[in-house]
Design a protein around this ligand. Structure first.
Ligand code: PXP
Length: 239
């Protein structure tokens, strides 16, 4: 079964636009869980324009499912993760000024850094995942650095889906098979939505978790948060 982790960064963005605590991230996280989400994801970026570092302990205290904290493992981020012990930490090589994460790790070039960082996180009991493009060399590199899971960067899949879904998913299906054979858990995220999600899960196989923010929160404007989470869960479960 593929778990649905709701990325609530967009809620934090709305909150930050007015300076007060509304909408309340904690209430939204509790409601996502009540409506069936299997986890909550936040991605505090260095400029804290969406989720803030200070949101992490507050969410850790109330999340009953799984808290996934994503981010570029700069020292400040790693310190915060170690202090708060989320269930999972996803390492993302995003530039501080990136609009959104747009590429996976070069697991060969950054082998030493990733190996050290992952070992520290795992020793603290935190499951690790690293953001990856569907490339066999990067998957083999991911195995070599000792991560528990990879998270496929699905932006290109989503972008190419309308031009031909079979071709769009092909690299992910091939690399997913390799990752599974190597014993790596598989997560996925970026631009997944109710149109492309189920096809991805069905064709890649063994997808443990998807983290979805932008499309899910946008859909919630029309369908409401409860109904929208049920729509996404249906896409996750119906395989
Ligand atoms: N995974 C990572 C590493 C991300 O940076 C993001 C966006 O914050 C997501 C997943 C979710 O992407 P989306 O908001 O497009 O669903």
């Amino acid at each position: 079964m593929t778990k649905l982790s709701v990325n609530i960064n967009k809620i934090a963005l709305i909150r930050n636009s007015r300076g007060a605590n509304y909408p309340d991230l904690v209430q939204i996280a509790k409601d996502c869980e009540k409506f069936g989400a299997d986890g909550i994801t936040i991605h505090p970026r260095p400029d804290e324009r969406h989720a803030r570092y200070a949101d992490v302990p507050v969410l850790k205290a109330i999340v009953k499912t799984e808290l996934n904290v994503e981010g570029n493992p700069i020292p400040k981020f790693l310190k915060m993760v170690m202090e708060n012990q989320p269930h999972q930490c996803t390492l993302v090589p995003d530039a501080p000024d990136a609009l959104t994460s747009d590429a996976g790790w070069d697991t060969i070039k950054h082998k030493g850094f990733l190996t050290d960082t992952i070992a520290k996180l795992r020793a603290a009991g935190i499951r690790t995942s690293i953001f990856i493009n569907p490339d066999e060399r990067m998957i083999e590199g991911a195995k070599a650095v000792g991560t528990d899971r990879i998270e496929f960067y699905t932006g290109p899949y989503a972008h190419n889906y309308s031009e031909g879904k079979r071709k769009a998913v092909a690299d992910y299906a091939r690399c997913g098979k390799l990752a599974h054979q190597l014993g790596l858990g598989i997560n996925a995220g970026h631009d997944l939505n109710t149109t492309n999600l189920n096809y991805f899960i069905k064709n890649v196989g063994n997808v443990a978790e998807v983290s979805i923010g932008h499309a899910l929160i946008s859909d919630a404007l029309y369908y409401g948060l409860h109904h929208t989470i049920l729509m996404y869960l249906k896409e996750c479960r119906n395989v």
